[in-house]
Design a protein around this ligand. Structure first.
Ligand code: 4G0
Length: 231
């Protein structure tokens, strides 16, 4: 998959993209990321990317020309999606990551800034996506979040396919508790069942723990039929 990020702050991405699992995936060419700065597509002496809003008001608005030029500098590789990160977008979730990772060859992520982007940029956009119901200084953190979520689903990024299947959310439930050695730490014991070697009992215990954690912390994730109001 090819991911192109349109951003006034390309440096923001460099260390995150080199670290950890993401860095390894890019090195293995599971995905390629191009950072594209609209400022490089300006034609005036001051390399202007923003201007005052028509109709007045505070703050600046990103001009359409540098963003169109940046997006149009990317050779089209269908199927592709042009995604703008804004607070008005569809909330990102695991289903979106799965859709993007399986159905597209190319993504273009447009990171907005300031008070907003000229509305005519919408003519480039096929989807608006949001990280959540809050406002940030720019779309860079939402874009990085989306890239992390999508790239880790591409074949070869995460070691075992099984490890993805075990993900929290893969079955719509929260994760079960994990333990490693030592068997007793500061008096807190690893649950006996996990050391029993009884794989059936372990699978049952983990599923019960998932249901219990989901009921307690995120009951909204449970389908109506599975809501157990407990005691
Ligand atoms: C475009 C995304 C970009 C418009 C971007 C702000 C939060 C998110 C930006 C605006 C962002 C998110 C209209 C405020 C940049 N903040 N929740 N800031 N407006 O995903």
């Amino acid at each position: 998959m090819e991911i192109n990020v349109i951003t006034l702050f390309p440096d923001f991405f460099t260390s995150a993209l080199h670290a950890s699992l993401l860095g390894r995936a890019l090195k293995k060419q599971i995905a390629t990321v191009n950072l594209i700065n609209p400022r490089d597509f300006t034609t005036d002496k001051h390399r202007t990317v923003d201007d005052v809003p028509y109709g007045g008001g505070v703050g600046m608005v990103l001009k359409p020309e540098p963003i169109f030029a940046a997006v149009e500098s990317v050779p089209n590789m269908a199927p592709r999606e042009v995604i703008m990160l804004t607070p008005q977008g569809q909330r990102m979730d695991q289903n979106l990551f799965k859709d993007l990772s399986t159905n597209y060859r190319q993504l273009i992520l447009i990171c907005g800034h300031y008070e907003g982007i000229d509305e005519r940029v919408q003519h480039l956009v096929t989807r608006e996506v949001s990280l959540g119901d809050f406002v940030l200084t720019g779309g860079e953190i939402p874009a990085l979040t989306l890239m992390d979520g999508v790239i880790r689903l591409l074949p070869g990024t995460v070691g075992k396919k099984a490890s993805l299947e075990q993900d929290s959310f893969e079955d719509g439930l929260l994760d079960y508790p994990h333990y490693t050695r030592p068997p007793v730490f500061r008096g807190w014991e690893v649950p006996e069942v996990l050391r029993s070697g009884n794989h059936g009992a372990i699978a049952h215990w983990r599923h019960q723990q998932q249901l219990e954690a989901t009921r307690k912390k995120r009951p909204d994730l449970l389908p109506e039929g599975e809501i157990d109001h407990g005691q």
